[in-house]
Design a protein around this ligand. Sequence first.
Ligand SMILES: Cc1cc2nc3c(=O)[nH]c(=O)nc-3n(C[C@H](O)[C@H](O)[C@H](O)COP(=O)(O)O)c2cc1C
Length: 344
Amino acid sequence: MTIKTKITEILGIKHPIIAAPMGPFYTTELTIAVSNAGGLGVLSHIGLAEKDPVEEMKKDMLHVVEHTDKPFGFNIRTSRMEPYASVLCHDIPKFIMENPKLKEQCMYALTSAGSAKTLPSSSTFQKLKEESEIKHFHVAPALWLAEKCVSAGVDGLVVTGGEGGGHQSYEMVSTLVLLQQVQQKYPDFPIVACGGFATGEGLAAALALGAGAVAMGSRFIASKESEFHETYKNVVPPAHAQDTTMATGVFGPIRLWKNKYAIEHVMIGSKEEKLAQESTLSADDIIETMRAYELAYKGNIDDGAVLLGQSIGLIDDIESVSNIIEKTVKDAEAALKRATDLII
Ligand SMILES: Cc1cc2nc3c(=O)[nH]c(=O)nc-3n(C[C@H](O)[C@H](O)[C@H](O)COP(=O)(O)O)c2cc1C
């Protein structure tokens, strides 16, 4: 059996499961594994020291199409604090257009953490859209932001609630409430549910709430194929849902596993105070935070910033991506059947 939704149809994938982007880190092998297993793998916006995000994205894309003939996607963080956002929005669509395999397989351009208009206003992306099946989705962490995305002309929304790992917004609305808000306002719009998903029961709930797929981050960190350091992966299985906290990140709030770093950077103060603080950030502050991400990625889970979501409380193994996807779909089918059996 398979679960067919509007999202599986427009993206050309078998299962309604998408890998959430996890920059500034590499998720290249993860992308290949998720796409090969029938989900949609998504390349992350690289932001590691001495790496050019444009060149890394191009290299990653070529590597992906060499190892899978299935659809995949990519993420660009369009925050005004991202120096490469506009260049990525211009150069990557052009790069895709010039390579027939990329043009056929790259189905999903996901922007986040900034304006939903940056990508559609790029002339190369407009051309790519005319000539391919690529769809543009943007991350919406609040209803008013979903409204902005829809007016920017996106093809779909990634509705991400406050329980999710990594980059967050100041809104902190739960996925459960946000999904209902967005679904009520845009009942026919393609929606991916994100933040807190790691099980088949979660996928079933998202589908019942009108989403056409879930995107999972923390679940895929704890997979055999993910590029995260073993020490980082090993944090996940024993962790509890309450072991994360919100901290002040360089591009806004972030949800972190509660370690020494998170406790020292725990988020305090109002949204206004934090936004004022952000506007005074220096280049050194940005480098310092990026260093904390990189430390964790390389295995120093005490001093580094370990980005993870509350869904870690649902994950108790490090599994292969194909087993994760197979089990999630099987359990979702069972949960959906149990739910429909309640109707007499
Ligand atoms: C390690 C890590 C890095 C992340 N980096 C990004 C990013 O670069 N861009 C983005 O839009 N979201 C980013 N996120 C958020 C995820 O895309 C997604 O919203 C989140 O993982 C969902 O929650 P979950 O972990 O419970 O599945 C990141 C999350 C994690 C855990």
